[in-house]
Unconditional design. Structure first.
Length: 206
């Protein structure tokens, strides 16, 4: 039986992940591809509730608790939606997945990439993306884009430059370690160019 594809989109805050996700969803739909767009944390009711907690700047969340909350939201999404969609031969576009926790909690919060990886292997029952699109942007450029938004920054977006520097370095290391899965895209390009590069990067999976 054929299985759908899981394509994840990763990168720093301000890299344009949500813009790319919407663009890919539209472009693939126009091609007649069965495609579903989900986000993390979120995608199902319980995970959306957890999203509210981890994003709320009113809470002081311990780094280990943060990692566990993200893993819990992910576990519910995998069980409730992802597995079923993939089994139904649907292509799933997912705005963030395990690599976000490896970068943000493993490196950014300095919990260690491998302990966070082990936690998320358990949470996802070892589900691995078929392709990961890493939108690469300098931390300062990502921060400038965030500052230009009308919305208030969430709890993680309020962190300092050193935090985002560690995350950016971790993403680069993850991409180097798995070149077959990752495709790195220059997020400083215009959105139309980023979308074109992303479509090219997943062409062999369609």
């Amino acid at each position: 039986m054929s299985r759908g594809r899981l394509i994840t989109i990763e990168g720093l805050d301000g890299a344009g992940k949500s813009t790319l996700a919407l663009g890919l969803h539209s472009a693939l739909g126009e091609r007649g591809v069965r495609v579903e767009l989900l986000r993390e944390p979120g995608g199902v009711a319980l995970s959306e509730r957890i999203r509210e907690l981890v994003m709320d700047p009113a809470f002081a969340v311990d780094p280990r608790a943060e990692a566990l909350l993200y893993a819990a939201a992910r576990a519910q999404l995998v069980r409730e939606r992802l597995r079923g969609l993939l089994d139904a031969n649907v292509l799933v576009l997912l705005d963030r997945f395990v690599d976000s926790s490896l970068a943000y909690q493993g490196a950014g919060r300095e919990l260690g990439v491998e302990p966070v990886r082990a936690l998320n292997l358990f949470a996802t029952d070892s589900l691995t993306p078929d392709r990961t699109l890493l939108l690469r942007i300098a931390p300062a450029a990502g921060r400038a884009r965030q500052d230009a938004r009308a919305s208030e920054p969430d709890r993680l977006e309020r962190e300092d430059e050193a935090f985002f520097g560690r995350i950016a370095a971790a993403y680069d290391e993850l991409a180097l370690a798995e070149p077959e899965r990752f495709r790195t895209i220059d997020a400083a390009q215009p959105p139309t160019r980023v979308l074109a590069d992303a479509l090219l990067a997943i062409e062999n999976l369609l």
